[in-house]
Design a protein. Sequence first.
Length: 532
Amino acid sequence: MEALPLVALVAGSAAVAGAARRTPVPAPLLLVAAGLVAAYVPGVPAYTLDPHIVLPLILPPLLYTAAVDSSYLDLRANLRPVALLSVGYVLFATLAVGWLAYLMVPDLPLTEALVLGAVVAPPDAVAATAIARRLRLPGRITTVLQGESLVNDATAITAYKVALAAAVGEGATWAGGVREFALAAVGGVGIGLILMAPIHWLRTHLTEALLQNTLSLLIPFVAYAAAEQVGASGVLAVVVVALYLGHRSWQVDFATRLQEAAVWKMVAFVLESAVFALIGLQLPVVLKGLGAYEGWEAALYAVAVFAAVVVVRFVWVFPATFLPRVLSERIRTREPDTNWTAPVIVGWAGMRGVVSLAIAFSIPMTTHDDLPFPARDLVLFLTFTTVIATLVVQGLTLPPLIRALKLPGRDTRAETLAEAQAQSQASTAAEARLDELLADEANALPAPLADRLRTVLERRRNSVWERLGEVNAVTGESADDVYRRLSREMIGAEREVFVQLRDARRIDDEMLRTLLRRLDLEEAAAYREGES
């Protein structure tokens, strides 16, 4: 891809994603719609989705950001439902959707139908995470959806390779398919386990945040490439490494964490925006090669496959939710009770995305006999329409569905109380450590500085409790909110003075940057993430 179209894609998708934040429409949907419209605007270049770019260069960082932000402990606690969706459902959907497509579409061979089933089987990691994050779903549902989206791509890609081998005439067998799946799963997890400890050791021993974050940007690509090189699942390798590093992120220094969070937020924003815009921009490419399947016939097949994808997910989700609870008393005792609303949300949250399209575009043009791959254009078209339909239909209706079902949201008061109790215990430990240090003559401090340390500690201890207290009668803010707002105003006043002194040539730009960075760190400490 040339430089100018690439810059235009990134800039345009970022602008649309930024505008989406001011609307009630989720950004993925607006980006797909913008891509569909832009595809037919004169002068817009043809963007062909290249699987050799998407799978090794775009998918790893997106999976990495999602996995690093996930909770290893929550995923472990919900391993059974996550595995049933990410492995069991994907294999079931491959077979069920493939078989239904074989019955619906005349002259579509079963092997090619199973290729279609594998391509449209995995819900999209980016879409699931973006929708769940915006809608603030209950914690367990969010964990299950995120966990599913982290692993299901590996299952789908392996199932696709097995089905494709049969379709192109490589003589694939069920035993061979099981072996390939086992190699991909065990190998991917194994590569991740091998890499995670050395990478973490390197992260904790690099002394500069800049070098640590350069390493951070390379990690997903290294893990993915290493696994794929030996025929294992790069997806699983990335997820394993990312979960380990995220679980131990507290062991790296604060400068790395601050910088890393900012860098990866930007990377994820740019990639997610470009990916959804690319989905819409594929429309001319898909329609151009449709060939013999046109008009109402193609539209009918598209509706039928979309309906099959939706129905098959519900057919799997409801038994997978309730049957284990019926059969196992241990599961009933260990896991929280649930009702029909949770599987309805999980079933309806099966949006497909760019991975399905990337896999579809990787279907070869010919078989081993140099014959045209049967119905390749139709498979590509049906994949595209399924992705668009799930994003638009399910993505638009999921928020009102959640409101209609009246799912209990997160208990913010309980979460704040837990945060306050944790902060209180930590502050008590810090206060004891401070007393121990100040008792040593080597750590002697003037009384004002020692009092300042205690004041900062007390401020941290009280700030969370204040959010549970009464609010300001005029502004509706808690005492903590008012404190942070006033602190920001004071820092802003200092910042203006520093700039004025620089403009008057009383300090130079290097000193200005030093002073501003000090204020930036103080402001970051005064404000919780997401509340500034």
